[in-house]
Design a protein around this ligand. Sequence first.
Ligand code: DC
Length: 210
Amino acid sequence: MIVAIDGPAGTGKSTIAKLISEKLNITFLNSGSFYRGITLTVLRRGVDITDKEAVLQVAKDLKMDYVNSHLILDGEDVESLLHSDAVDANASQVSAIVPLRHVVNEKLREITKKLSVVCEGRDITTVVFPNAEYKFYLDASIDVQAMRRFKQGVSDLSLEEIKEAIRKRDEMDKNKEEGSLKIAPDACYIDTSDLTIEQVCEIILNKIQL
Ligand code: DC
């Protein structure tokens, strides 16, 4: 079974997808982690982020495993390193490289051959798993998105700077050549701005258990 969830940054997608996966006792698959992991490696190696061929080669050469919802790159658990401001600022640009998206998509499909998952990202309902049994699109106002990120306490930026960074990133994510963020016509749309995490989970679980 595949439960697919898409939406912009700061809509609670990861937290919600994780909770849903625990309720259903299936795996939580965070597709953004793969783009973040590749970005982390590119930054660590000092590869020029604007050199698409070089960035693609990094992705192709990386051994990417996903164990207990943790991303393992060449044998190293990098899960705790994926949400720095530097990775945040560069992941969108890396994820815009079309053939690199194909590398990630293949990996995601390979993982789900053996597992039922709740998978979240930007193009999961539209490109990666268009035939998923359940599809959801989570949205939120820009103010709410920024406040949620601010409260995570992992950023050194001010609230205003976070808002601007999110606006920029969402804009890029919506205008990608392939895999851009959009609402699948058959997805259940949920505006999470005035909802708690628990309320969103309840809506999703009610749909799944119908
Ligand atoms: O969901 P996230 O913030 O961890 O995603 C990190 C970046 O990767 C973000 O810029 C969007 C991009 N991404 C994507 O293009 N496609 C996906 N399926 C998931 C994430």
